[in-house]
Ligand binder design. Structure first.
Ligand SMILES: Nc1ncnc2c1ncn2[C@@H]1O[C@H](COP(=O)(O)OP(=O)(O)OP(=O)(O)O)[C@@H](O)[C@H]1O
Ligand SMILES: [Mg+2]
Length: 256
């Protein structure tokens, strides 16, 4: 099998004549933390929506583990091990932290939303759920109502519910968005930790995070691939610097 877990070939998405994703050839190496960056409106989220089948490409192909998944349905993709953590929190705010992880585990078992299952059978999932909470450093919050947790911890819970589905490829859309320094640091470390044995593709605006943990970076601009490489390579690329000029000129500098 090739070293690429995910590949796109000439991936294109048009919205009424506007090309949001333009002929993108993305190759994600198995085991990597791969960042997709670019100015606002570059097409990053649209790319994710294409990869998870929330949107149908206008043209082009998507290969997962060498298999053409362009025509697959979202649920099929998830079962194959491509799991996305949402930009907007996807956990149930009025359930406890532990309950949210148990629901994630049940989804993985294929009986989604079985709230009516007996408490006893739900308890069978507790050990695994507590292990996942320990993995994301949330053990002490197990019985906390989710909405009462600090924002950064909610994002960690989202990662735990994503892990519950045993992703081979995890897609994270702006995992540190809206966080203060401390939470950014904690979630960055967490992503690094959970990347062991899997592949992560993440959209991230914070260049400190990107430079700190990402093995490879792809830069999108106006829907097209502008540059790819290590952080050192893309951050010294003249076209990339220009792309960020005027919009987010300080973003790349901020990493140093
Ligand atoms: N459903 C849609 N219909 C029409 N245009 C869309 C649609 N979704 C996205 N677009 C446009 O496609 C372009 C890319 O948007 P996208 O959300 O993918 O950018 P992004 O790189 O994720 O930006 P940000 O950093 O702000 O999250 C934007 O110009 C956006 O307005
Ligand atoms: Mg976006």
């Amino acid at each position: 099998m090739s070293g690429f877990i995910l590949e796109t070939k000439h991936l294109t998405k048009e919205f009424k004549g506007f090309t949001a994703v333009n002929d993108v050839n993305l190759k994600v190496q198995r085991g990597h933390i791969h960042a997709l960056i670019g100015p606002n409106g570059a097409g990053k989220t649209t790319c994710f929506n294409l990869l998870t089948k929330f949107l149908v490409p206008t043209s082009g192909q998507i290969l997962f583990n060498g298999k053409d998944i362009t025509a697959a349905k979202p649920a099929q993709i998830a079962r194959m091990g491509v799991i996305r953590s949402f930009q907007i929190s996807a956990v149930f705010p009025h359930l406890t932290v532990l309950q949210n992880v148990r629901i994630g585990l049940q989804r993985q078992l294929g009986n989604s939303f079985n709230f009516w299952q007996s408490e006893r059978s739900l308890n069978a999932l507790n050990d695994r759920a507590m292990q996942l909470l320990a993995d994301v450093d949330l053990s002490e919050f197990a019985d906390t109502i989710t909405v009462d947790m600090p924002y950064g911890r909610k994002r960690a819970l989202e990662i735990a519910t994503t892990l519950a589905m045993e992703p081979e490829l995890m897609l994270l859309d702006e995992p540190t968005q809206g966080m203060g320094h401390e939470d950014v640091h904690r979630v960055t470390e967490l992503i690094k930790k959970v990347s062991a044995g899997r592949t992560i593709l993440m959209v991230e605006h914070n260049m400190k995070v990107v430079s700190g943990i990402c093995d490879k970076i792809s830069v999108l601009q106006r829907g097209a691939m502008l540059a790819e490489g290590s952080y050192a390579e893309v951050s010294s690329n003249a076209q990339v610097m220009e792309a960020y000029m005027g919009t987010e000129a300080t973003v790349l500098e901020g990493a140093h």
